[in-house]
Write a new protein. Structure first.
Length: 182
C-alpha cells in the first residue's frame, strides 16, 4: 500500500480535550488506548497504517501505562471501545479537520456528531455535520476489519437521511485503522 509520509497521532495531546468534549473524558480515552497498545506489546511510539480515501501512515505516541491505569482498564471490551474512540477522535481531526461535537443519543446507530466547532451561524441542529461510528478490535486481521466496517455501515443506515457518516474501525494489534465515508 502506498502511503503519504508519516503523520503524528499524539494520545498525550488528546488529554487536552476538544472545544465541545471534556478533557477529563479525553484523558480516559487516551489511557484506554494506551493500555490497548501496551497490551499488544507496542512501545511508546508505534507506526499505524490508516486505510482511508488516501491511505496514510501515522506515528502514534501513547501515554506511559501506570499500574493504576492497567488496573482501571482490565475489561478488554470497555478498554478497546474507549481506546478506539480516542484514536478515532484524533483521526477525524487530522483527516477531516473536524472536531467531535457531541455524543449522540442512544439508539440512532452512531456514536458522535462531528463537524466544525467554530460555527457561529445560527444553523438548524446538526446541519453541515456528520455522524461518527467507531469500533475497536484488540487484535484482528484485515478481513476482520473489513467485516466490522460492513457491520457498522449497516448499523448507521437507518439514519442515512440525516447526515453523512464516517466509520472508523481501529485494530490495536497491527496497529491499523480503516476510515470509510458514507
Amino acid at each position: 500500500m502506498d502511503v503519504e509520509g508519516s503523520r503524528e497521532l499524539n494520545l498525550v495531546g488528546l488529554t487536552n480535550g476538544f472545544p465541545m468534549i471534556s478533557s477529563a473524558f479525553c484523558q480516559v480515552l487516551a489511557e484506554a488506548a494506551s493500555v490497548c497498545l501496551e497490551d499488544q506489546k507496542h512501545g511508546l511510539d508505534v507506526e499505524m497504517t490508516v486505510t482511508a480515501s488516501e491511505p496514510r501512515a501515522y506515528s502514534v505516541r501513547r501515554l506511559e501505562v501506570t499500574k493504576q491505569a492497567a488496573n482501571t482498564y482490565v475489561d478488554d471490551v470497555t478498554a478497546t471501545e474507549w481506546g478506539a474512540l480516542g484514536m478515532a477522535f484524533l483521526l477525524v481531526q487530522d483527516l477531516y479537520e473536524d472536531t467531535v461535537l457531541q455524543q449522540s443519543c442512544r439508539g440512532p446507530g452512531f456514536d458522535y456528531w462531528i463537524g466544525e466547532a467554530d460555527n457561529d451561524e445560527e444553523l438548524p441542529p446538526f446541519q453541515k455535520k456528520k455522524r461518527l461510528e467507531v469500533s475497536g478490535i484488540r487484535h484482528a486481521g484485515p478481513y476482520d476489519i473489513d467485516k466490522r466496517v460492513r457491520k457498522k455501515l449497516r448499523q448507521v443506515s437507518p439514519s442515512d437521511g440525516v447526515a453523512s457518516a464516517v466509520i472508523v474501525v481501529v485494530d490495536f494489534g497491527a496497529p491499523a485503522s480503516k476510515v470509510v465515508d458514507k
